[in-house]
Design a protein around this ligand. Structure first.
Ligand SMILES: [Zn+2]
Length: 295
């Protein structure tokens, strides 16, 4: 691949992370605050003001649904309604620009250059405030007809669980148990409030039986969801990312054991791997998506 310059831009609710890539190499990284005032109208302009120069392409990773034609269908955390931020970026800079969902960007980054390296088809699952997920098939992102492929977090585990109201309007969605927020909630339900998710998992790993039961429940549900997804798309590998995955091998092994319990027999060889790009996954995947658009 030619070593042209590309921008990978990961727009979060408080910070925009920007990476300058030469080919697939990240050469410079910086961030700007996300100005959500005035319906997020200044966000694209603030990003552009921070760029050091022209580039062959760019892509924006955004926390919301993105239709295949580049229309963004609401980003609540940014104040955006239905909008076309990549068009705005190109109009103001002359740089070709694409837009994709942030979990999808992280999926592409991890598949190509992170924990899923060497595999062409990967299911990526990130555990944070919610459960984000992305599907890469044969080396390409599968975004779906409505931009909602890989919404693993909204598989419904228990529709009767009144204590697990989800932001999507349903009850008992997978992310209400398996996200960092969900695991913290389960710990509080078990009588241990006030812990971060990382603390819950590390104390469980150190032998706390109450918290181990919490982690067992969360990983049981997560493995069930991943087994269902694998029965449909049959990826070569699964990559676990986000803050919870930083708890490492203890957590990964429990998800793998649950997956092995629930998986369709022909999917049993599928392995879980930990993500390796950390908070750079989104900007890396965005830059790769920009490069894919220029081929
Ligand atoms: Zn939901």
């Amino acid at each position: 691949m030619e070593n042209k310059r590309y921008y990978g831009i990961d727009i979060g609710g408080t910070t925009v992370k920007i990476g300058l890539f030469e080919g697939e190499t990240l050469v410079k990284k910086w961030s700007v605050p996300t100005d959500t005032s005035n319906g997020g109208a200044n966000i694209i302009g603030d990003i552009i003001a921070s760029l050091p120069g022209p580039a062959a392409g760019a892509a924006l990773a955004v926390p919301g649904a993105v239709l295949p034609d580049g229309t963004v269908n609401r980003c609540v955390n940014l104040g955006w309604g239905v909008c076309h931020p990549a068009e705005e970026f190109t109009e103001k800079t002359g740089i070709p620009c694409r837009v994709l969902n942030d979990a999808n960007a992280a999926a592409l980054g991890e598949q190509r250059l992170g924990g899923g390296q060497g595999f062409e088809s990967v299911l990526f699952v990130a555990l944070g405030t919610g459960v984000g997920s992305g599907v890469v098939l044969d080396g390409h992102l599968h975004v779906g007809a409505r931009g909602s492929a890989g919404e693993l977090g909204h598989l419904i585990w228990d529709p009767t669980d009144a204590a697990a109201a989800c932001t999507c309007g349903h009850h008992g969605c997978l992310e209400q148990y398996c996200s960092a927020t969900g695991i913290t909630r389960l710990a509080a339900q078990a009588g241990v409030p006030g812990l971060s998710c990382y603390d819950v998992v590390t104390r469980a790993a150190a032998g706390d039986k109450t918290l181990e039961a919490v982690v067992d429940k969360a990983t049981d549900i997560l493995g069930w969801g991943i087994a269902g997804a694998c029965a449909v798309i049959d990826p070569e590998a699964v990559v676990l990312g986000g803050g919870v995955a930083q708890a490492g091998e203890y957590f990964r092994a429990k998800v793998q054991a649950s997956f092995d319990k629930y998986a369709f027999h022909a999917c049993l060889g599928t392995k879980m791997y930990l993500a390796t790009l950390g908070s750079d996954a989104g900007l890396t995947g965005a830059a790769l998506y920009a490069m894919d658009g220029r081929k």
